[in-house]
Design a protein around this ligand. Structure first.
Ligand SMILES: CC[C@H](C(=O)O)C(=O)SCCNC(=O)CCNC(=O)[C@H](O)C(C)(C)COP(=O)(O)OP(=O)(O)OC[C@H]1O[C@@H](n2cnc3c(N)ncnc32)[C@H](O)[C@@H]1OP(=O)(O)O
Ligand code: CO
Length: 134
């Protein structure tokens, strides 16, 4: 079912500072900040030869990453995103296996303009999993 690793996401309190670390200290190619109000985050993507890093900063009230950052003020790996060929078929198969799909199960459009879903970390080795339609 899961295919390519699309990105690894790191939640941070200060997006500009984290972007500078990747751009200046690690010499990586970074995007401009991309506000994602429907997801409650602002993101920056770091393009690597074989995948991406997604830096996430909370945006607005009730950001889904706020609590994560309360527990990890320095930031940390927040989720991994795998590509799937058919996100609705993947969702239905996962639900049939008893996995928890977050939200009402309707994919939202993610930062790449593709449908995305999230799976509960408690069902996936303590790791928040994002699925993105390839
Ligand atoms: C623009 C889209 C972009 C893209 O790539 O396209 C994105 O990636 S948007 C990313 C931000 N959006 C989301 O993360 C949406 C899905 N996330 C959620 O719905 C919540 O974050 C949730 C339900 C995973 C966690 O909710 P909350 O932070 O309120 O904490 P809880 O106390 O409810 O957590 C329950 C339980 O899970 C543990 N937990 C929480 N977050 C993570 C995590 N990132 N990785 C691993 N484990 C996590 C938390 O510690 C709790 O465990 P417990 O043992 O009960 O303490
Ligand atoms: Co993501």
């Amino acid at each position: 079912m899961i295919g390519r690793l699309n990105h690894v996401a790191i939640a941070v309190k200060d997006l500009a500072a984290a972007t500078a670390v990747y751009r200046d200290t690690l010499g990586a190619e970074v995007t401009d900040p991309l506000p994602q109000p429907e997801h409650g985050v602002t993101v920056v993507f770091i393009t690597l030869p074989n995948t991406k890093i997604e830096l996430l900063e909370p945006m607005g009230e009730g950001s889904p990453i706020a609590k994560f950052l309360e527990k990890a003020p320095d930031g940390g790996i927040h989720h991994v995103c795998y590509e799937v060929d058919d996100i609705l078929a993947a969702r239905d198969r996962l639900k049939a296996q008893g996995a928890r799909v977050l939200g009402d199960g309707t994919p939202k459009i993610g930062a790449h303009g593709k449908p995305v879903l999230f799976l509960h970390p408690k069902d996936f080795c303590g790791t928040l999993v994002e699925l993105e339609q390839a």
